[in-house]
Design a protein around this ligand. Structure first.
Ligand SMILES: Nc1ncnc2c1ncn2[C@@H]1O[C@H](COP(=O)(O)OP(=O)(O)OP(=O)(O)O)[C@@H](O)[C@H]1O
Ligand SMILES: [Mg+2]
Length: 391
C-alpha cells in the first residue's frame, strides 16, 4: 500500500524528551521513531498509558517541538499556516468555552477559519445534526455530559472540512450508539478521501475502522502494519455457512475426523458481537417509539462533507454485506479508480472553495490548543509532586 501512496505525515528519528526544572532529562516520551501516514487511510496509534501517543500527536500538530528527528506534515513543517488549515483536531480532553452554546461554539471556530456567516450557520446546523446535538444547540457546552462534549468536539474538528483529522480518543465517553456513529462517520470521511489518525484504548473500535496500526510502548514502535497483516492467523481456516442440516453436519464432521484429530477442529455457531446485539436491542426500542431523555441519535452526515451523495447511500455502502462476511478482509473495500477520481475532484473543489485561514485565526486556534497542553503539563507536575510526597 505504501509504495503508491502519498505520505501526508512523515517522521524520521522522531524523539521528545521532557526535561525537569534543571534541564535534566525526565521522560523520554517518544524515542527515535520512524513512521509515515498515507493519504486516505485511517491509522490507529495504540499503546498503554504513557507510551507517547499524545506526545506524538502534539508534535504532528506543531504544539510541541521534537527534541530530535524530522517531522513533515503535508510536506511542510507542522507549524506552517498552510498545514494547520488542512488539519482538524479533537484533543484528548475537551477544552471548550463553557459559557458558549453549542451553536456559538461552532460559529466561533468557523470564524477562526474565515468562513462566511452563511457558511458558518449552514455547516454548524449540519454538524449539530450529524453528531446528534440539534436539540441542545442553545445549551451552554459547560453543562454538557462527557459524551455530549465529545460530540461537540468532533463537530468543531470538522468545521473547516480538513483533509487530515487527528482524533485523540474520539470514542471515549460515548455510549455504544455514539461509538457506532463516530466509527461510521470516520469511515465516511475516509471514503471522501480524508486521512484520519486516531488514538484509542478501545481496541475493538480500532479494529472496526483502522486500515493500519502503530503500537507504541515506552516511546518506541513495537509493531506496525495493516490489521490484515497483523491479525490474520494464516495457519488456520474458517468457513462460515448458513445453518446446515443434521445430515450435512454429520458428513462434514466425519470428513474432518478422517483428516484431523478431534482437538484440531471446532464446529460451532458464530456469535454476534455484544455491540451488534446492543444496537439491535436499542433500534428495536426506537422502532417501538419508547421515549428517552438522553442523546437523540445523530449520524446524518453533514452535506458539505458528502457533496452529492446522500447520507443513507453512504451508510448503506458502508454497511453493505457486513452480515455475510466470511473472509477476513479490510473493513472497507476500495472503490473503482473512476469513483475515487470523481470523489477526489469533489474534495479538491471543496478545499479550493474554502477561504484561507488568517494568521490571526491560526494563532487563536493555537492558543486554545496551548491552553490544553498547559493544563495537561500542570496536571502532570502536580502528579509528580504528589508522587514525591508519597514516596
Ligand atoms: N508536558 C509534559 N511534561 C513532562 N512529561 C510529560 C509531559 N507530557 C507527557 N509527559 C510524559 O511523557 C510520557 C508519554 O506521555 P503521553 O501523554 O504521550 O502518553 P499517552 O500514550 O498519550 O498516554 P495516555 O494513554 O495515558 O493518554 C509519559 O511518561 C508522560 O508522563
Ligand atoms: Mg494520551
Amino acid at each position: 500500500m505504501s509504495e503508491n501512496k502519498n505520505p501526508i505525515i512523515s517522521a524520521v528519528g522522531l524523539s521528545k524528551v521532557f526535561r525537569d526544572f534543571w534541564s535534566r532529562p525526565k521522560a523520554k516520551a517518544v524515542n527515535d521513531i520512524d513512521f509515515e501516514v498515507y493519504e486516505g487511510e485511517v491509522i490507529g496509534l495504540l499503546g498503554p498509558n504513557g507510551s507517547g501517543k499524545s506526545t506524538t500527536v502534539k508534535m504532528i500538530l506543531g504544539l510541541l517541538y521534537p527534541t530530535a528527528g524530522t517531522l513533515s506534515v503535508f510536506g511542510q513543517s507542522p507549524r506552517a499556516v498552510e498545514t494547520k488549515r488542512q488539519v482538524g483536531y479533537l484533543p484528548e480532553e475537551s477544552y471548550l468555552y463553557k459559557y458558549l452554546t453549542a451553536i456559538e461554539t461552532l460559529d466561533f471556530f468557523g470564524a477562526l477559519f474565515n468562513l462566511s456567516a452563511e457558511e458558518r450557520r449552514d455547516r454548524s446546523n449540519q454538524l449539530l445534526e450529524m453528531v446528534g446535538l440539534s436539540h441542545a444547540r442553545r445549551r451552554r457546552v459547560g453543562e454538557f455530559s462527557k459524551g455530549m462534549a465529545r460530540r461537540i468536539g468532533l463537530a468543531q474538528a470538522m468545521i473547516n472540512d480538513p483533509s487530515l483529522l487527528i482524533l485523540d480518543e474520539p470514542t471515549s465517553g460515548l455510549d455504544p450508539l455514539g461509538c457506532k456513529e463516530v466509527k461510521d462517520l470516520i469511515l465516511m470521511l475516509k471514503k471522501r478521501g480524508k486521512t484520519v489518525l486516531i488514538t484509542s484504548h478501545l481496541l475493538s473500535d480500532v479494529e472496526d475502522i483502522c486500515d493500519r496500526v502503530i503500537i507504541l510502548y515506552g516511546g518506541k514502535i513495537r509493531a506496525t502494519g495493516t490489521l490484515h497483516e497483523l491479525l490474520t492467523v494464516t495457519d488456520a481456516n474458517r468457513i462460515t455457512t448458513p445453518a446446515l442440516s443434521p445430515a450435512v453436519t454429520d458428513k462434514l464432521i466425519s470428513i474432518l475426523r478422517e483428516n484431523l484429530s478431534g482437538d484440531e477442529f471446532t464446529f460451532d455457531h458464530p456469535r454476534k458481537s455484544l455491540e451488534q446485539f446492543f444496537l439491535e436491542v436499542i433500534n428495536q426500542a426506537k422502532s417501538e417509539s419508547i421515549e428517552t431523555a438522553g442523546v437523540v441519535g445523530g449520524g446524518k452526515i453533514a452535506e458539505y462533507l458528502t457533496e452529492n451523495q446522500t447520507a443513507e447511500s453512504i451508510l448503506s455502502d458502508l454497511t453493505r454485506d457486513t452480515d455475510k462476511v466470511t473472509v477476513a478482509e479490510p473493513a472497507v473495500k476500495r472503490e473503482p479508480a473512476e469513483d475515487i477520481d470523481a470523489e477526489n475532484k469533489a474534495i479538491e473543489r471543496l478545499t479550493a472553495d474554502a477561504p484561507p485561514a488568517t494568521e490571526k485565526a491560526v494563532e487563536a486556534q493555537e492558543k486554545t490548543a496551548e491552553t490544553a497542553a498547559k493544563a495537561e503539563e500542570d496536571l502532570s507536575k502536580a502528579n509528580e509532586k504528589l508522587k514525591d510526597l508519597l514516596s
